[in-house]
Design a protein around this ligand. Structure first.
Ligand code: ATP
Ligand code: FE2
Length: 325
């Protein structure tokens, strides 16, 4: 059975995972750089990854009871992400693959989120709602590529929650705390609802909510901010379903852990007779599992890369990848 190792380093997480063809996770180790402010400084990310790469790799090997020579495919997240962080993961993976004389694949981080989500939930051809700190996109397979049907034009929805949390001084990441407050809020406060065509803009919502801090009940404000942002996301998802005719929704990315978002999406899906899937929380965020599994899928589909094709690409989009598997 083919075994793949994946290296994830697009942003704050350095992760190494080892997975087999049945999508059995033999190891999934990671370390995440955290800051009080939540802001990501490229040089600090690279330093973090440099510090944790070896311990994380050794922990993954030990957990999986595999040696580097047992592994058939070496994969890493090629983009999108933050340059110095991406490069570090790529260097590590390349060096090991060359030393072991094994195939090396650079894979797309967003496609990784989709494919691991499909593999773990059984979704076949979903419309994927990828909602994380840095990204918010509604994606579906169409004519051989994952097309983006709608996306944020400014910040990711998780970033909106974290920025608002910073203004409330409730610590980082704020998403889980705001998600708890959502269920304590009783009154919906009117805030700017901004859907542009199929795209989303969150900055006006953030500013308006920040201006109400101290003037209205905090739980009501958290409820209203989240409700407004998620209603926008749900509306665009519903329209993309109508457009594509897809019968499944897959919610992934770190914000997929939100019970509020899950409830709203599920209600919409139930009303439309669409199946709703959320991978387990450990598989929604960034980890080595994304490149490990996608690398294996691509390898089994016959994809091979020359070393020169494995340069990182900070702005690589999901719709640049030919889905031949
Ligand atoms: P990417 O690189 O894909 O953009 P990321 O760096 O944002 O990912 P993730 O782990 O995918 O990392 O997502 C983290 C985000 O998820 C944070 O913004 C955090 O506040 C949010 N989040 C985590 N749990 C919850 C929750 N229960 N409810 C709402 N938001 C949550
Ligand atoms: Fe991610």
């Amino acid at each position: 059975m083919t075994i793949s190792i994946g290296f994830e380093s697009t942003a704050h997480t350095f992760g190494v995972a080892i997975v087999n063809e049945k999508c059995e996770v033999l190891a999934n180790e990671k370390h995440t750089h955290t800051t009080e402010s939540g802001g990501l400084i490229p040089r600090e990310l690279a330093e973090h990854h440099e510090k944790y790469a070896l311990p994380v790799l050794l922990a993954a090997l030990e957990k999986s009871k595999k040696k580097l020579s047992d592994i058939d495919v070496y994969a890493f997240s090629q983009g999108p992400g933050i340059g110095p962080a991406l490069k570090f993961g790529a260097y590590v993976c390349r060096a090991l693959a060359i030393e072991q004389k094994k195939p090396l694949l650079g894979v797309n981080h967003g496609v990784g989120h989709i494919e691991i989500g499909k593999a773990l939930t059984g979704a076949k051809d979903p419309l994927t709602v990828y909602a994380s700190g840095g990204n918010t996109q509604i994606i579906g397979l169409d004519r051989g590529r994952y097309r983006v049907f709608g996306e944020t034009l400014d910040v990711g929805v998780g970033n909106l929650l974290d920025s608002f949390g910073r203004s409330l001084s409730i610590g980082f990441p704020a998403g889980p705390k705001i998600d708890e407050k959502y269920f304590l809020g009783k009154n919906l406060i009117s805030l700017p609802y901004s859907v542009k065509g199929m795209d989303l803009v969150f900055s006006g919502l953030l500013t308006a909510a920040e201006q109400k801090i101290g003037k209205v009940d905090e739980n009501d404000l958290c409820f209203s901010l989240m409700h407004t942002a998620f209603a926008e996301l749900t509306e665009v998802t519903e329209r993309a379903l109508a457009h594509t005719g897809k019968k499944e929704v897959l919610l992934t990315g770190g914000v997929a852990a939100s019970r509020a978002l899950q409830q709203m999406m599920k209600t919409m899906c139930d009303e439309r007779g669409v199946d709703f899937f959320v991978p387990p929380a450990w598989a929604c965020g960034d980890s080595g599992l994304l490149p490990a599994w996608l690398g294996l899928v691509e390898y089994n589909a016959g994809i091979r890369m020359a070393l020169s094709e494995t340069t990182v690409n900070q702005r690589q989009r999901v719709d640049e990848i030919d889905v031949v598997w």
